[in-house]
Ligand binder design. Structure first.
Ligand code: ATP
Length: 683
């Protein structure tokens, strides 16, 4: 293959004006841009962004050749940081999606090897995002900022405003706070460059000498060398999120954006080895993303890196509303109290508070109302004021671009009115007829466990996700779900907020969420980033009051569309589910009886011997076991026979079914918000 060549004879340097960019960078006299050069790739009219292996050799020889020892050492240590941070604690999916093994420090734009059409960066540089941050975004295919990004980023970068941001799920809120935070840290790192006495300083000076005037296609003149001594490796930014999976995801988003900057990122979450996380913190990341519990644990036990948490310059609290609610996340309150002690430090900190439901209020939960009789429901203004006071926000800007409906614009919503007992039938119906990536939410861990067992017996095994699972297993299941086109993630609300799983087609609420926020966040796992998606509520009579409240809070004028059901297919499903239930309960009986022979296990444990299943069975009532086994096998055979037949007309997409608005059979006609005529609950 013909090797690409740079033809740079025509190249010229031209002064550039950066809008809101590096204008107040110490000692900066001017920035010049390499213009009018061309690259010969051997192909005509190729998109310059897509070119691979093109080297701008002629223009950046010094930068490439004059790598100092110090810089190499820095590159090595920073690689180690990511090896530790990402490789060892990584799940399969993280390994797959992780970036090439270059540390952000080793990959500055000056070292980039590909030519780049800088005009592609304009939508980003126009909102004050510098080139180092714009370029990875464009490389990832993010052509322009989303609305929330467009409204928040300039105010945060140029105006240094605190931001309270509300926008629909999947609208890019992570980068709306992530980019200003990274930008701010870059600026701090530039200011905090130590003089030549310090290790970091000497490295930095060498870099400047190396680059002298050329940094890739951008020329920086006389960057100040007389800056005050500072700390290049301190903690600058903290991002707090409610769940571990979300923290890891935010780490990935931020890590992708810091590709051409020296900013280091780490994630600190519960359920993982604390020693490993302490080791991570010893690498002194600039941004730490974590869950409140583990963060507070490490702060309270005196971790050295987190010891200057009071001096952080940037704080982001993602998916805030619930985290801030009284009695939820007491560690977050402790953390906020801790960092808000010193007024002068609080004044120097920039704060970001983001959620899709920031400007949504709901009834206080019953248990709280019982405890505090006088507790009233908050207005939006009161809710925001509480947040502002608690976080210690000062010069804040509220950006609310949420829709009237409260949910993502492209989300289709439907419901199925049914009895308590029928829920299993409808769930299996949906999962059998629409073999699409589907997330099923339950309100409790016990419901997840029961359904996981039933669906497995029925031959449609889901991937469970709840708080009582081992963290490693949680991440593994999430990984598997992301790669399975017709996978089912069966989760509690631990998966409700923030998770950005690609191409989730349907969200099924097996049980109605107890708050409107819950409904918005759960449903927001689909229809993300302008994609289509469907959310279906299974509503039984006892849940009508919750359903009603959600509709009222979200100002719905009409009842949600009833999801169309093919009654013949439903009848086929019923037969199978009944058999599945029987199989499940027989298997459970067998298991229980086995555990009643606990004495045998105890004795074995004392004697330090292992007993096998057969020996255990021999100790049980043989007749009883045999009859359970026989029944179990018979039912399994019956189910196998049934499963060989088709349930009904295979349908491509559940969302398309709703779109037709021509239900095959209407299953019930509940009057909007009326309990009358509803089927009674059958146990
Ligand atoms: N400017 C952009 N252009 C295209 N895609 C983007 C852009 N910004 C973010 N994205 C992508 O959109 C998806 C949703 O972003 P993100 O997870 O930040 O949404 P969110 O608003 O925080 O959602 P939630 O409220 O559910 O937490 C991600 O896959 C992200 O990479």
């Amino acid at each position: 293959m013909k090797k690409p060549k740079v033809i740079s004879r025509k190249a010229e340097w031209k002064p550039v004006t950066l809008e809101g960019g590096f204008t107040d960078l110490d000692g900066l006299i001017g920035i010049e841009e390499l213009v009018d050069y061309s690259v010969d790739t051997g192909k005509k009219s190729e998109n310059p962004l897509k070119r691979k292996g093109t080297v701008v050799e002629d223009e950046i020889p010094k930068t490439k050749k004059r790598k100092t020892k110090a810089k190499k050492a820095q590159k090595k240590s920073s690689n180690e940081f990511h090896v530790e941070d990402i490789d060892k604690s990584m799940t399969d999916d993280e390994k797959r999606t992780k970036k090439p093994k270059i540390s952000p420090q080793s990959s500055s734009i000056d070292e980039k090897t590909e030519p780049f059409d800088n005009s592609a960066l304009l939508p980003w540089t126009n909102i004050c995002v510098p080139e180092e941050l714009s370029r990875p975004l464009v490389e990832m295919g993010f052509e322009s900022p989303t609305e929330i990004q467009r409204l928040c980023i300039p105010a945060a970068i140029k105006g240094r405003r605190d931001i309270l941001g509300a926008a629909e799920t999947g609208s890019g809120k992570t980068l709306a706070f992530g980019l200003p935070m990274i930008y701010g840290i870059m600026k701090n790192l530039e200011k905090d460059v130590p003089n030549s006495d310090g290790d970091d300083g000497s490295e930095f000076e060498s870099d400047l000498e190396d680059n002298e005037k050329d940094i890739g296609c951008v020329k920086v003149s006389n960057l100040g060398l007389d800056r005050p001594q500072g700390d290049q490796n301190r903690l600058y930014g903290l991002v707090v999120t409610p769940t571990r999976e979300l923290a890891i995801q935010i780490r990935d988003h931020i890590y992708a954006a810091v590709k051409y900057t020296p900013v280091k990122v780490a994630v600190i979450v519960g359920g993982m080895s604390i020693d490993k996380q302490q080791r991570l913190l010893r690498k002194r990341p600039h941004i730490v993303i974590g869950t409140p519990g583990r963060l507070w644990e490490l702060i309270s036990t005196g971790d050295q890196h987190l010891a200057n948490v009071r001096q952080i310059k940037f704080l982001a609290i993602d998916e805030t509303d619930r985290m801030i609610e009284r009695d939820h996340y007491p560690e977050l309150r402790s953390l906020l109290e801790c960092i808000n002690v010193d007024e002068s430090l609080v004044a120097q900190r920039q704060n970001f508070v983001f959620s899709a439901t920031l400007t949504l209020t709901h009834d206080a939960p019953k248990y709280l109302k019982k405890r505090r009789r006088k507790m009233k429901n908050l207005t939006v203004e009161q809710k925001l004021q509480n947040l502002i006071d608690l976080v210690g926000m000062k010069n804040y800007k509220i950006v609310d671009v949420t829709q009237k409906s409260g949910v993502a614009q492209k989300l289709k919503e439907a419901k199925i009115s049914c009895t308590f007992e029928e829920k299993d039938f409808y769930l299996f119906y949906l999962l059998s007829l629409y073999r699409e990536r589907t997330l099923v939410f339950c309100n409790s861990i016990s419901a997840v466990r029961r359904l996981a067992s039933l669906l497995t017996a029925l031959g449609r095994p889901p991937l469970p996700l709840h708080a009582n699972m081992q963290q490693r297993q949680r991440l593994k299941n999430l990984d598997k779900f992301k790669t399975s086109d017709d996978g089912i993630l069966l989760a509690t609300d631990v998966a409700a907020r923030g998770l950005d799983i690609p191409a989730v087609k349907n969200v099924i609420h097996y049980q109605v969420p107890r708050t409107s926020e819950g409904y918005v966040h759960r449903s927001g796992r689909t229809a993300r980033a302008e994609k289509d998606g469907l959310t279906i509520l299974l509503v039984e009579p006892a849940e009508l009051k919750f359903y009603t409240r959600i509709c009222l809070t979200l100002k719905r004028e009409k009842d949600l569309t009833e999801f169309p059901i093919d009654m013949q297919a439903l009848a086929n499903v019923k037969e199978r589910v009944k058999l599945g239930r029987e199989i499940d309960s027989l298997a459970l009986r067998l298991k229980k009886q086995r555990s009643e022979t606990g004495w045998l296990d105890k004795a074995a444990e004392e004697m330090d011997i292992i007993i096998d299943d057969e020996l255990r069975d021999r100790e049980m009532d043989q007749d009883q076991i045999a009859s359970i086994r026989r029944a179990l096998n018979t039912k399994k055979r019956q189910l196998e026979k049934l499963s060989a037949k088709s349930i009904g007309r295979p349908t491509a997409s559940a969302a398309a079914t709703v779109e037709t608005k021509k239900p095959i059979v209407k299953i019930a006609k509940p009057k909007f918000f009326k309990k009358k005529n509803q089927p009674t609950k059958v146990k």
